[in-house]
Design a protein around this ligand. Structure first.
Ligand code: SF4
Length: 679
């Protein structure tokens, strides 16, 4: 029996297994009558989730992280939460309400209130300076947590989790970076620990359901709490009444990435294990929960079986595949979270409803209900309609999946020898290996649903005349540049560079600096870092982020310069990831130039003028290069769509083939879901 499947307990609450569905703010918490949020959770319960932790629910108005946060003092929010608890129970799951206060991470603009915090320390995340809390405000906030816990129990929640990590209010009190007080709530580590401890104590007194303390194992903030202080606080929270410790990592302002795809799997489990050791050494036997960058049941099983932690909390993996737990014995059929953050964390920071890039149904289960499963005797439904989907990139894969789930007969064509489209390029980039897991998922799931995958042939309209409808997902082609010398033999487009990496010279100039150019430059600079195992990746990450004694990164394999006419390096990459990947390529030695005017390409490289000063004095300089790569955008691939239109063959154009401007994978998957559902 795998360790993950063994029953466990948090206080008096019995868990069916050792996997928690961790807290995620969905921006659905204040929507409608709560049925969208409830349906999201219910689908996860049906997929094997047992204990679910809600997104942060603010204990008072000033503690809300933004407009999309439910607040326990708002009657409408409370009604929605009751419905959520009721529906999760009806589906057979259990649910904990996360008691939340953003402190200085609240956005001032959300409710026109000035955020409050232990001290008036400017927050680079919410871009505001909070007000230092008075003693009275502190005591009232403790009462608000207790009142929130009472509400949670009365509304039917099975447990509460107190948010005391990720740089939110309780964490702010514990840290010397944000707690500059010199009263009974600040000063030395013991007094800084007082507020979080008092909150746990008050909640413990208020309710008799299990209390989980989500506490920080590492703030990853310069000058913040030491490991010993984190350990001591965790012990103190247990002493104050916590029944479990859930270990959070990093703050929103940390300059060390914690949840991005470039963070190796299991990177932070040692921190949780350290904290568990401290809790055990203090004589407490409560479960310690590890989280962050564990995105498969296999990894969860590894850390559980090794005794590093008692339970594993996964959050985003449940967005990507609601049935990740139920599919534990069939990993090839799991739609894996690729750590892109594009449809989840990036949206949760703003007001947009959270979903998932690789599973665009997430959060919209009511709008896009899954048809009834096929009869037990067959995995393939009878169908009266035949569809061809041409192009097996993100849009084509999703369209084929949606059509097949609806019971149609689908043939999926692609000229390449493998499905995946641009994901086949992305998965070669160090830190993006999980994009290959998406291809693996579709390669298994589509045939299971009866989709015939036909590869290695470029189809024409004549080949498609017999289909009832054709979905054109032919994607994009690299945009050519109109520049003297662009036809020289050492000039490649980004696609050619990915495909023929060995032919790329030692000095590379990349024209364009969007997401693809950034990915390519990482690969060109650090080809040996691609596809390494998790342990080697963790060691490399720790070295390059100064987390070990022997710091520093291996020297770059190539001298790479990426440049663009205007805008930021990596524009188009989501806000939670852009800074991390740009920092990564810079630390790999990649030169980045903006406000560049291209003059010409010669055998020696690219001649440019830099207009960053606003003064174009006509001076030019050479970016020396053995290879020049053009990554200056994309154009829709429209040949097939034009042929079909000419032949009067019914068709729908989706994804990049429909509109390549500002295309990203989120839009491609979403476009496909919507178009295929409408057919
Ligand atoms: Fe994971 Fe990306 Fe989906 Fe977020 S959007 S759950 S990071 S795959």
């Amino acid at each position: 029996m795998p360790r993950w499947s063994e029953p466990a307990r948090i206080g008096a609450l019995e868990l069916k297994h050792r996997i928690l569905m961790g807290s995620m703010h969905m921006n659905l918490e204040t929507v409608g009558d709560g049925s969208d949020l409830a349906a999201f959770y219910v689908e996860r319960v049906r997929g094997g989730a047992d204990l679910i932790v809600t997104g942060g629910i603010a204990v008072n108005r000033v503690g809300a992280g933004g407009r999309g946060y439910a607040i326990l003092t708002e009657p409408d929010d409370v009604r929605r939460l009751r419905r959520v608890a009721r529906d999760v129970h009806a589906a057979g799951g259990t649910i904990a309400l996360q008691l939340f206060h953003a402190g200085r991470y609240a956005f001032e603009s959300a409710f026109g209130m000035t955020p409050v915090a232990p001290s008036a320390v400017y927050s680079g995340f919410s871009r505001c300076e909070p007000e230092a809390m008075s003693d009275e405000q502190i005591r009232q906030t403790i009462d608000d947590f207790a009142a929130g816990a009472r509400f949670a129990v009365e509304a039917g929640f099975d447990a509460v989790e107190i948010m005391a990590s990720e740089g939110y209010l309780l964490n702010q009190f514990a840290s010397p970076v944000t707690n500059l007080r010199d009263d009974e709530w600040g000063g030395d580590a013991g007094r800084r620990a007082r507020f979080p401890s008092e909150v746990v104590r008050a909640v413990r007194r208020a309710v008799d359901v299990p209390v989980i303390a989500r506490t920080s194992g590492a703030d990853l903030m310069k000058g913040s709490s030491t490991a010993d202080e984190h350990d001591a606080l965790a012990v103190e929270l247990v002493r104050a009444g916590a029944d479990a410790v859930n270990v959070g990592i990093g703050w929103h302002e940390s300059r060390t990435p914690t949840v991005q795809g470039l963070v190796p799997h299991g990177m932070w489990i040692e921190v949780a294990a350290r904290l568990r050791g401290a809790v055990r050494a203090a004589g407490f036997d409560v479960p310690v929960i590890g989280s962050n960058r564990i995105n498969s049941m296999t990894q969860a099983e590894e850390v559980l079986a090794a005794g590093r932690v008692d339970l594993v909390s996964m959050a985003r993996p449940f967005l990507a595949d609601p049935a990740i737990v139920a599919k534990a014995g069939r990993p090839d059929f799991v739609n894996t979270c690729i750590g892109c953050n594009e449809a989840c964390i990036d949206r949760s920071i703003g007001d947009a409803a959270v979903s998932c890039l690789v599973n665009p149904r997430a959060g919209r289960e009511l709008r896009f209900p899954l048809p009834d499963p096929p009869a037990a005797s067959s995995t393939v439904r009878a169908s009266t309609r035949r569809f061809a989907v041409v192009g097996a990139g993100p849009a084509g894969m999703q369209a084929a999946l949606t059509l097949a789930q609806a019971g149609h007969a689908v043939d999926l064509f692609d000229a390449e020898s493998r499905i995946g489209g641009q994901f086949r390029l992305a998965c070669r980039v160090p830190g993006k290996e999980d994009f290959g897991e998406t291809i693996r998922y579709f390669e298994n799931e589509l045939p299971r649903l009866g989709v015939a995958i036909r590869l290695g042939r470029r189809v024409t309209a004549a080949d498609l005349a017999g289909y009832e409808h054709v979905v054109v997902a032919t994607g994009v082609e690299p945009r050519a540049v109109d520049l003297p010398g662009a036809d020289l033999p050492h000039v490649l487009n980004y696609h050619q560079a990915f495909d023929a990496l060995d032919t790329v010279g030692r000095r590379v100039a990349v024209i364009g600096a969007g997401g693809i150019a950034v990915d390519l430059s990482e690969l060109l600079a650090c080809p040996d870092a691609a596809g390494i195992d998790d342990e080697a990746a963790r060691e490399r990450f720790a070295r390059s982020h100064g987390l070990t004694e022997s710091g520093g990164r291996a020297p770059s394999a190539r001298q790479v310069t990426i440049m663009r006419r205007s805008g930021r390096i990596g524009a188009g990459i989501g806000p939670s990831t852009r800074w991390a990947v740009v920092a990564s390529i810079r630390s790999a030695g990649v030169q980045t130039l903006t406000d560049v005017a291209y003059r010409r390409i010669t055998d020696d490289g690219v001649w440019i003028a830099e207009s960053g000063t606003g003064v174009d004095d006509g001076s030019e300089r050479l970016i020396p290069a053995d290879t020049v790569v053009i990554a200056a955008g994309q154009e829709p691939s429209t040949t097939l769509a034009a042929e079909l239109a000419g032949g009067g063959i019914p068709h729908t154009v989706i994804g990049g083939a429909r509109d390549a401007s500002g295309l990203n994978a989120v839009r491609a998957f979403d476009d496909a879901l919507q178009a295929a559902t409408a057919l």
